[in-house]
Write a protein that binds this ligand. Structure first.
Ligand code: ADP
Ligand code: MG
Ligand code: ZN
Length: 647
């Protein structure tokens, strides 16, 4: 979906894409700037040092005493305001300084009362002959005073300039993406392409919940006059790719209000403190444009539980707090609705879910078969498709797929059709796309040697026969020995309906048919010849049987007992198991017995149907891929031996 984003003007007026010249002059400016700072610092240091180390301060009484003493060694006293600078006769001694009392003149303070003050010319001459002359200079050194002030003020100014310069640099760095601390604004005005509920297929319950929000935004007065509290926060929760982001945009589109969006993951890349300021800006803009929607996508990135794993980062916490502060500041007339999306409600900080915050929850769920068909229709709309295109068949075999997966398949189908030079999208393009998305592209180019092909054929035939024969297994849909992704071959089972629950027989049949591959290899090529081709089957068996015992209470001796490996301990990371050693042994035993049972059932089935196994493997080597229709005649003689029966 096209979306228009308006990046607001950055704080500084500099254009974000600078020319080379601009960059060069920037460099010169910063060099000059740093030079200036260094000069000032040196200057400041010298001045301070000069004032304290070079000019020794002496008390005035001492100066007076020495001025009246012929041996006082004073040559000159410079007076500037209340400051005295005393130059000594002996050049080896440094200049001294002193201060006179502000209230008295020098005379009053006994300094001038010497030789100069004598009126008798004879006495004066005698005095001057006896005592050394002291020059009294009344200084009106304005520059000195200014310099004194400058020495204090300039370094501070330099520091301020320096920091503002650094900030500006940081800003312009950030400006290349977005304004510093500014939120991205996505507007859906009447002139822009709007996403509406029509673009969101399925999920009727969620849409119904959101209709209400749309109405709030369209007719806020209606609710105000009735004194109804308008919701502030709506949390969209659901698996990845179920269309949460799409849904939020559709609400804005339906209500025809501005949509201000930001993603939680963006906050992670920000400078310290920018997250909170971005939030502030986001809310400010939204309020100015009310009624409007703020959308915080992937909110779990900032709002994960603060105590989980020793606490969230301080930056996240600031961002989260700012969101909460802003939402608490809403009143009934604010007209802004905050929507947020997450895949992990359980991870969210509880503070976010309190009343007055994100207290409305809308669950966005994985689509059911008919919804999958609707979603496929949306995504095939406008694409040239063959008349025979069977979207329903695709919907049937994509149980568990999200809207995003289906959109992906639709796109892959178009790509496949284009690559193969088809004028319209055909069923084979669709199948190819589905398998490509589900497992990875076919590797036609990788040549298997004949022996490998034979092993693969028996392996897949083993899966297919065990799955076909066992009564609680889903029917076999397709078998292929064309390698795809990292697999050597694939056997597909088709779940007939979407089901949320499986019973223990179904689960045990899944285990047995997973074992079918390796058992077939063993029966045909001998126990020494088994390959690594079954490693992913065995992993699946291990995982499923562990889940059955630990989480679903399906053990023989541990029926209805579960052993959740929930983390315990203060930080939730302790590995301590909440059960005894003895229980642990029992659990291991139960898991093992599920796997051995599966293996022996598979072996019983394959031994009893060896003819079918050979036939199927042969056909696979010949045709490489067998569809449901091809499989039916090949499997018609297969039967279930009593030893593999469970009920
Ligand atoms: P989420 O935010 O839940 O992870 P998105 O909203 O980003 O999922 O969905 C990704 C894409 O998948 C959408 O852009 C859309 O093309 C497709 N999609 C998902 N759900 C639906 C749906 N219900 N109807 C139509 N398209 C969907
Ligand atoms: Mg999303
Ligand atoms: Zn296998």
């Amino acid at each position: 979906m096209p979306k228009s984003s308006v990046t607001p003007k950055p704080l500084s007026k500099k254009p974000s894409n600078k020319s080379g010249l601009d960059k060069a002059s920037n460099l010169v400016r910063s060099v000059i700037f740093f030079f200036l700072v260094i000069v000032l610092c040196t200057f400041m240091y010298n001045t301070l040092a000069g004032n304290t180390a070079v000019l020794e301060t002496v008390p005035l009484s001492d100066v007076v005493a020495r001025a009246n003493d012929p041996e006082g060694n004073i040559k000159k006293i410079t007076v500037a305001g209340n400051d005295l600078k005393i130059t000594l006769k002996d050049k080896d001694y440094p200049t001294q300084k002193s201060r006179k009392d502000a209230s008295g003149t020098l005379y009053e303070q006994g300094l001038v009362d010497f030789c100069t003050n004598l009126t008798n010319a004879q006495e004066k001459t005698a005095c001057l002959e006896t005592y050394p002359t002291i020059e009294y200079v009344e200084s009106t050194d304005v520059w000195g005073t200014i310099l004194d002030i400058a020495f204090v003020v300039l370094p501070i100014l330099a520091l301020i300039l320096f920091f503002s310069y650094m900030m500006r640099q940081a800003q312009s760095m950030n400006n290349q993406n977005l304004g510093f601390g500014k939120a991205k604004v996505t507007l859906y005005g009447p002139d822009k392409k709007r996403v509406t509920f029509k673009d969101v297929a399925g999920n009727e319950a969620a849409k119904q919940d959101l209709e209400e929000i749309v109405d709030f935004l369209k007719h806020p007065k209606k609710y105000e006059t009735l004194g109804a509290k308008i919701p502030r926060g709506v949390l969209l929760a659901g698996d990845p790719g179920t269309g949460k982001t799409l849904m939020a945009r559709a609400v804005a589109g339906e209500a025809n209000v501005p949509f201000f969006s930001i993603s939680g993951s963006e906050f992670a890349e920000m400078f310290v403190g920018v997250g909170a300021s971005r939030v502030r800006d986001l809310f400010q803009k939204a309020k100015k444009n009310a009624p409007s929607i703020i959308f915080i996508d992937e909110v779990d990135a900032v709002a994960h539980k603060r105590d989980a794993r020793g606490g969230a980062g301080r930056e996240d916490e600031q961002t989260l707090n700012q969101i909460l502060v802003e939402m608490d500041g809403f009143d009934n007339e604010t007209g802004v609705i905050v929507m947020a999306a997450t895949n992990r409600v359980d991870m969210l900080d509880k503070a976010l879910l309190r009343p007055g915050r994100f207290d409305r929850h809308v669950n966005v769920v994985l689509p059911e078969r008919k919804d999958r068909l609707e979603i496929l229709k949306v995504h095939f709309q406008g694409k040239p498709v063959a008349k025979s295109l069977n979207l329903d068949a695709l919907a049937a075999k994509t149980a568990g797929s999200s809207g995003a997966d289906l959109a992906n398949i639709a796109n892959e189908a178009a790509i496949t059709a284009a690559r193969l030079g088809h004028k319209e999208i055909t069923n084979s393009d669709l199948t190819e796309a589905f398998e490509r998305v589900a497992i990875g592209p076919e590797r036609k180019s990788k040549v298997m040697n004949d022996h490998e092909r034979k092993i693969t054929a028996y392996h897949e035939a083993g899966h297919a026969i065990v799955g076909h024969v066992l009564p609680d297994s889903d029917p076999v849909h397709k078998v292929t020995i064309i390698p795809r992704g990292r697999t050597g071959g694939v056997t597909w089972f088709l779940p007939p309906e979407d089901r949320s629950y499986k019973n223990i027989y179904e689960l045990k049949d899944i285990l047995a048919r997973a074992m079918g591959g390796r058992i077939a290899e063993k029966l045909v090529f001998g126990p020494e010849a088994i390959t690594t081709g079954a490693s992913s089957d065995l992993k699946n068996v291990a995982e499923l049987s562990k889940e059955m015992i630990l989480e679903e209470g399906l053990g023989k001796k541990t029926r209805n007992l579960v052993f959740p490996e929930t983390a315990t301990g203060y930080y939730g990371i302790s590995t301590e198991k909440p059960y005894s050693e003895k229980t642990a042994e029992l659990i291991d035993e139960e898991i093992k017995s599920l796997a051995t049972e599966a293996a022996s059932r598979a072996e019983a089935v394959l031994k009893a149907n060896r003819k079918t196994l050979d036939l199927l493997a042969e056909k696979l080597l010949e045709k490489e891929t067998l569809e449901e229709v091809d499989l039916a005649p090949l499997l018609k003689d297969a039967s279930l031996p009593p030893s593999a029966k469970l009920h």
